[in-house]
Write a protein that binds this ligand. Sequence first.
Ligand code: NAP
Length: 291
Amino acid sequence: MQILDGKKAAQAIKDELKIDVAQLAAEGKKIPHLAAILVGNNGASETYVGAKVKACEEVGFRSTLVRLDENISENKLLDEIRLLNTDPDVDGILVQLPLPKHISDEEVINAIDPDKDVDGFHPVNVGYMLQGLPTFVPATPHGIMLLLQHYKIETAGKHAVVVGRSNIVGRPMSVLLSSNTNPGNCTVTVCHSKTNNIKEFCLQADIIVAALGKPEFVTADMVKEGAVVIDVGITRMEDPTKKSGFKLKGDVEFDTVAPKCSWITPVPGGVGPMTIAALMKNTYKSCMQKN
Ligand code: NAP
């Protein structure tokens, strides 16, 4: 078994970007600028946004963090997005999900200028992705594809099982893995909460992508010998022995599954850092396209 080390692969991507940004600066050109909107003070969201802002600093991007009150109205939030849409200095906009219940994710995502939608959630960009056209690919599935590429994992002709069909992970993941690209060219099965006999499907998989948000759902008896296992799940579990009071659990029971795999991602240190690296790549691309 070998580890798909997302931390290392993400560092390699960030190191490359750092060189590119330094070059832009040396030539007096515009530096990429990411604007992140955080509504409320959900602990996990704070951590994710903080990591994104830190990654911007690391590669030399500008970043702006717009903090908004939990009770902000949807209209006020949409106004903030419109301001960023028209700000010529801003290349990428992301709104950290989840949003408070009184705000519609859909309205908010649709309000972001597709040319600045570095999370790749806007329907226009999703449409481009479906057609295999250049676009902003959602950061988590994009990061997973970059990880497979980094470790030269053979995907063509393989059977991939994606567990989860959300718009931000499972569904785009299934599209990318089945695309006529490298990595890609898999035969893909998508499982969800209404799938009967998930174990049967998983046992047929050469590649499993677990993205359901149920800690340790994928167990050793569901995985065939030699499979590649990508664990997207991140769930905070109470742990009084930790300073933070919690530990992170993936959707895969790592200790029992790992010995059966050819490759596996750890949690943390697998998909998470790759998501951020992919977001940085999208922001750089946006800046290059506009300038
Ligand atoms: P989500 O929107 O809640 O979607 C979960 C998906 O899993 C749904 O399609 C759901 O099916 C399916 N599902 C739920 N229970 C299931 C079960 N028992 N069997 C089979 N399928 C089941 O979650 P998400 O946003 O995709 O995120 C999934 C996980 O990835 C979460 O732990 C999240 O924190 C993590 N995540 C990590 C990163 C990262 O950077 N590492 C990024 C994004 C998300 P239905 O459609 O039928 O409801």
